[in-house]
Design a protein around this ligand. Structure first.
Ligand SMILES: *Cc1c(COP(=O)(O)O)cnc(C)c1O
Length: 422
């Protein structure tokens, strides 16, 4: 399909069937009837594409996967039950005991505990570096490093890495670069155009856009040379599939094919057809929403920066931001809806601010049409050690806003009265 982004958001990956429904039907069915025993055997033997069982694939999830593949410019995608399932499935598809993840230290809290605790218990180690200087990745490489991991707009520090340089460092080894593009979405940033190999999403946030459904997704660029990288699971006979070689059978889509047929099949973190449908409805308005989130957030950030109760404001679109230049290079259409700011009076002021807002919802989510607010030190980042918390950019008086698409005057007025209350 040669259509542009806004058209693909609505039509991509979907062909109406003979019944003529104009929206993708919800195939709320666990399993799919085979035509005859030979048909079944061919599907199980990967000689023919077809639906077997919703843990592995499903026609509604298939539309979502195809649409996101088109929006991101990849060769294939796998939808998962959550963003965390997308990250876990990707990592367990790529890595094994003794392998090392080299990651930016500014990450979503759940990703830090996945890497530092759950994967570490399986013998997969993680090394964190400050992504503000891309050369830190080069200095930290070891023979065990198998992947570099970044977030587009790091949650909650709202940092933007220099993707081009980090990709160059990774590909000189070569190892793949995985980027969590949840906060930017493919409307504001397309990691694959900058050389990133695998993109992961929490669809729960801006892609769904209305806080109805938890979901995740993995997109494969199809560009990584698995053989040179020594990833034998994609290039040598696989015992999980009676000796097939994924790179021979699926070519450039070897990673995403094996991630579905083996890793997702075994781990089981697949998306529900109903959630896939709701997320598809969200994607139809993705560009409109991301434009408005970005415009509103810039105005709110400018207001906060001028307020005497505020010590500092992180928003990559602000002229004062350390990331303004990188934002201009990688996110010229807008910098999404997240703002971090620090209250001068610390922890207690943070809690007082939260209890004083009326319009803003106090909850642990981002990327909703509604404006949201949270005090990370007492909530999302509470499980981390103080050192890990500060490394992630979460100080005592730090507040995170997810600016919604309401009228920006109402959002600013609510914040203003809450700042006055402290
Ligand atoms: C929310 C989030 C995740 C986890 O996604 P879930 O859908 O909640 O599992 C991962 N990365 C980022 C950047 C997120 O915001």
């Amino acid at each position: 399909m040669g259509y542009k982004f806004d058209t693909l958001s609505i039509h991509g990956g979907f062909e109406p069937d003979e019944k003529g429904a104009s929206l993708p039907p919800i195939y709320q069915s666990t399993s799919f009837i085979f035509k005859d025993p030979d048909h079944a055997a061919r599907i199980f033997n990967l000689e023919e594409e077809g639906f077997i069982y919703t843990r592995i694939n499903n026609p509604t999830a298939d539309v979502l996967e195809k649409r996101m593949t088109l929006l991101d410019g990849g060769v294939g995608a796998v939808a998962t039950s959550s963003g965390m399932a997308a990250i876990t499935t990707t990592m367990l598809s790529l890595l094994g005991e003794g392998d090392e993840i080299l990651s930016s230290s500014a990450l979503y809290g759940g990703t830090i505990t996945l890497f530092s605790l759950t994967l570490a218990n399986l013998g997969i180690n993680v090394k964190y570096v400050d992504a503000d200087d891309p050369e830190n990745f080069k200095k930290a490489l070891t023979p065990q490093t198998k992947v570099i991991y970044l977030e587009t707009i790091g949650n909650p520090k709202l940092n933007i890495p220099d993707f081009e340089r980090v990709v160059e460092i990774a590909h000189s080894v070569p190892i793949p670069v995985v980027v969590d593009n949840t906060v930017a979405t493919p409307y504001l940033f397309k990691p694959i155009e900058w050389g990133v190999d695998i993109v992961v999403y929490s669809l729960t946030k801006y892609l769904s856009g209305h806080a109805t459904s938890v979901g995740g997704l993995i997109v494969d660029s199809g560009n990584f040379p698995w053989k040179e990288g020594g990833f034998k699971q994609f290039t040598e006979p696989d015992s999980g599939y009676h000796g097939i070689i994924f790179s021979e059978k699926f070519g450039r889509a070897a990673f995403i094919a094996r991630t579905r047929l083996q890793t997702l099949r075994d781990l089981g973190g697949s998306i529900s057809p109903f959630n896939a449908f709701l997320i598809l409805m969200g994607i139809e308005t993705l560009s409109l929403r991301m434009e408005k989130h970005s415009k509103n957030a810039l105005k709110v950030a400018e207001f906060l920066a001028s307020h005497p109760a505020v010590a500092n404001v992180n928003y990559p679109g602000l002229d004062s931001s350390h990331y303004k230049k990188l934002a201009g290079k990688y996110l010229p259409k807008g910098q999404s809806g997240l703002i971090g700011f620090e209250l001068k009076r610390g922890y207690e002021a943070g809690k007082k601010f939260i209890s004083s807002v009326n319009l803003l919802n106090h909850l642990a989510n981002i990327g909703d049409a509604r404006s949201l607010v949270i005090h990370p030190a007492s909530t999302t980042h509470q499980q981390l050690s103080r050192e890990e918390r500060l490394k992630a950019g979460v100080t005592d008086g730090f507040i995170r806003l997810s600016v919604g698409i309401e009228d920006v005057d109402d959002i600013i007025n609510d914040i203003k009265q809450a700042l006055e209350a402290i």
